[in-house]
Design a protein around this ligand. Structure first.
Ligand code: ARG
Length: 459
């Protein structure tokens, strides 16, 4: 009987141990953990809290642990809960009791806050790089198809002619805003929490400014309670990532539509499509579809961390251990999506002829015909009414605007004369010569500016 109870007790212990352990996922923070501990040990020695030789032993031990981990020789143990305890336990094995001095003036609460901030700072820089690589691909595709005119859409209905380059540069602008958001996030992540201890600060003469400098932080947290319980920087990263994924999903959607037989505007490189197992004619745009799909997961991670943090009393609560998996997943999803898009877009072939065919019936010039009447003196609303009727007539007759005779035009307004035939896709886009418009000069200027703005890498 007592043997059985013992066994159950052991089972229960193991279950609880596995339940609270974060080591299966927080081992990803080993490098930041070691880096933070080295800076901390240096500071402790500088302040005379430990001796120089103790710090040296600790630092050498930490460096060799880091190597062990990188060579896959380190044995992570779930009974040691997390990355901090796993590394510390190994440090004891390596250098003996002096290892116990490393945790002076520190708590796992400020330690994990530090590790996460170091991690997020690094990832933000990688994110910005990946955004720029994608911008570079977009600009190159715009440049190669600078002359191609396509129908611009509203409500997914052909609306007015625009340059393909103008359309692509719209995405450049979205990514430009994304970059700004990540830079803002970098600024709010760039705060050293170490020195806050468990929650109230530490009773040792530590030098926080020194640690900040060692680790590349420009600011030191102002309130210890806030510092150990703040995960805003993770939420901000995930929010910025959600927005970027939203942008990618819109681009994905257009790639999916444009590569369909119905549109046929573009062709994607083989590597980014897969064939159907039963329908041999198909080339499915799986990569774009998956990016569109993964956007949902990234939104989910944002909702999860917001929900975890909601109503938590100050300061650290174990709930906060749940901040990591979603963050890692978002970082990985965002980076792989940005990277694959940058490559996929390099393979896009624009089918200019097909795009031209799609707008053969030139109804997208309706606004230009209304503007033509405005220039001849009609108020815009009136001109709009006339062209609405004219369009209805042309569509009913199965004729494009260019196929209508002057007599037919004049039935709708006496203001029409021979020069109405001068209205073309080219004249339409050339007329939109305002800052941010689709005229070739404006788009050329935008292209040049984009190249300067994004610090595009030369490949
Ligand atoms: N594994 C913990 C986390 O990720 C580290 C901090 C633990 N602190 C504590 N007081 N148990 O949040």
């Amino acid at each position: 009987m007592s043997y059985l109870r013992n066994r159950f007790q052991k089972e229960a212990n193991r279950m609880a141990q596995d339940y609270v352990a974060s080591i299966p996922f927080d081992q990803r923070l080993y490098r930041q953990d070691v880096e933070g501990s080295i800076a901390h040990a240096k500071m402790l020695a500088k302040q005379g809290i430990i001796t120089n030789s103790e710090a040296e032993a600790i630092i050498a031990g930490l460096n060799s642990i880091c190597e062990e981990i990188e060579q896959g020789k380190f044995q992570f143990k779930s009974e040691l809960e997390d990355i901090h305890m796993n590394i510390e336990a190994r440090l004891f094995e390596k250098i003996g009791n002096v290892a116990g001095k490393l945790h002076t003036a520190r708590s796992r609460n400020d330690q994990i806050a530090l590790d996460l901030r170091l991690f997020v700072k690094e990832e933000i820089l990688k994110t910005i790089d990946a955004l720029e690589a994608l911008q570079c691909s977009l600009v190159n595709l715009a440049e190669t198809n600078k002359e191609v005119i396509m129908p611009g859409y509203t409500h997914l209905q052909q609306a007015q002619p625009v340059l393909v380059a103008h359309h692509l540069l719209a995405y450049f602008e979205m990514l430009q805003r994304d970059k700004k958001r990540f830079y803002n996030c970098l600024n709010c992540t760039d705060v050293l929490p170490l020195g806050s201890g468990a929650l109230a600060g530490v009773p040792y003469p530590v030098d926080r400014e020194f640690v900040a400098q060692e680790l590349g932080f420009t600011k030191v947290s102002a309130n210890s309670l806030d510092a150990v319980s703040d995960r805003d920087f993770i939420i901000e990263y995930e929010a910025a990532a959600a927005l970027t994924m939203m942008h990618l999903s819109r681009l994905a959607e257009e790639i999916i539509l444009w590569s369909s037989i119905e549109f046929g505007f573009i062709e994607l490189g083989e590597a980014y499509t897969t064939g159907s197992s039963i329908m041999p004619q198909k080339k499915n745009p799986d990569v774009a579809e998956l990016a569109r799909g993964k956007t949902g997961r990234v939104y989910g991670n944002l909702m999860a961390i917001l929900t975890t943090m909601k109503s938590l009393p100050l300061t650290y609560n174990r709930d906060m251990q749940e901040d990591k998996e979603g963050l890692f997943d978002t970082v990985d999803t965002l980076h792989s999506s940005l990277e694959i898009f940058a490559e996929m877009i390099k393979t896009i072939k624009v089918n200019a002829k097909r795009i031209r065919d799609v707008i053969k019936k030139d109804y997208i010039l309706a606004t230009d015909i209304a503007d033509y009447l405005v220039k001849k003196g009609l108020p815009f609303r009136e001109a709009h009414g006339i062209v609405a009727k004219l369009s209805e007539y042309a569509i009913k007759e199965g004729k494009s605007f260019h196929e209508l005779s002057l007599r037919e035009y004049k039935n709708f307004s006496p203001l029409f004369s021979e020069d109405v035939y001068g209205i073309s896709f080219e004249s339409s886009i050339a007329a939109r010569d305002v800052i941010g418009g689709t005229s070739p000069q404006q788009v050329e200027a935008a292209l040049q500016k984009s190249k300067g703005d994004s610090l595009l890498r030369s490949e």
